[in-house]
Structure formats: C-alpha cells, structure tokens
Write a protein that binds this ligand. Structure first.
Ligand SMILES: [Zn+2]
Length: 138
C-alpha cells in the first residue's frame, strides 16, 4: 500500500497563483499596486487602502524566526515529526508561517536566521519551507 501523501492546501482564485509561484521556485509576496504595502497570506483586498489591485515580489527567502512551536501530535501524512513550525519575519517585512527543517526542536530559537527553500514531495507537490541560514536556501 502506498504511503499517503501530504494533504494539499485549498487553492482558489485568491491564492492559487501563490502556489503556482512556489512550484516555480519562488516565495512570492503579494504587493498592493496602489500603496505598495506587502501582505501575506494572499487575499483580495489591501488592508491599508482597500485597493483590489495587486502584483507580487519574489522574496529573498531570508528571514528570522519570530515565534515557533514543535508539533508531535497529531501526525498528519507527508510530514516528519517532531515538526518545527515557525513564524518567520521575512527581510521584506512580511511574515510567513512554515516548517523549519534541518535542525532539532532544541536548536530552534527566537531570532534564528533562516532561509527558504522549495521542498518537493514524492508526488511532485512543491511547498516553501525553511532551514537554518547557514545551510543555504533559494
Ligand atoms: Zn494598498
């Protein structure tokens, strides 16, 4: 019996483009074209000026851990446990929640420098994750 894979995130009109960028190796950050405010996760309207017009910028993937937790249970298919969940302040000024791989839960710390990379599942699904900056990224 094949091993079950990761549950795919819902993708709709407002966020499918972000996952398409990730599949191409880009960690995208949505930008309001009226006031230039960056926002994540993707959503239709700018919270600053209410504009519906937007484009995006490609993140450098560089950031720092601003908060974190370690998940032991429940264990969902497609993830390795214990699972480091991090809230990362990207250098562009937005935050993203993701997984941190390449280190133990004991090694994760506030302010830790991390770098994004694109993880690819066995079924080809690509998802941005982070690793300690010393280990390289996108
Ligand atoms: Zn705006």
């Amino acid at each position: 019996m094949p091993k079950p894979g990761r549950i795919k995130p819902p993708m709709g009109h407002d966020n499918a483009w972000w996952w398409e960028q990730a599949a191409q190796g880009v960690v995208a950050i949505q930008r309001c074209t009226q006031c230039q405010t960056l926002r994540h996760p993707p959503r239709p309207m700018c919270s600053e000026c209410r504009s519906l017009e937007w484009d995006f910028v490609a993140s450098s993937g560089k950031g720092t851990v601003t908060s974190y937790t370690t998940l032991y249970y429940p264990q969902f298919p497609g993830y390795e446990y214990p699972l480091n969940i991090v809230l990362v302040d990207l250098e562009e000024g937005t935050r993203v929640t993701s997984c941190l791989t390449g280190c133990t839960p004991e090694e994760v710390d506030f302010g830790m420098a991390v770098t994004a990379y694109i993880h690819e599942d066995e079924d080809g699904f690509k998802i941005p994750m982070f690793r300690p900056a010393a280990k390289g990224g996108i």
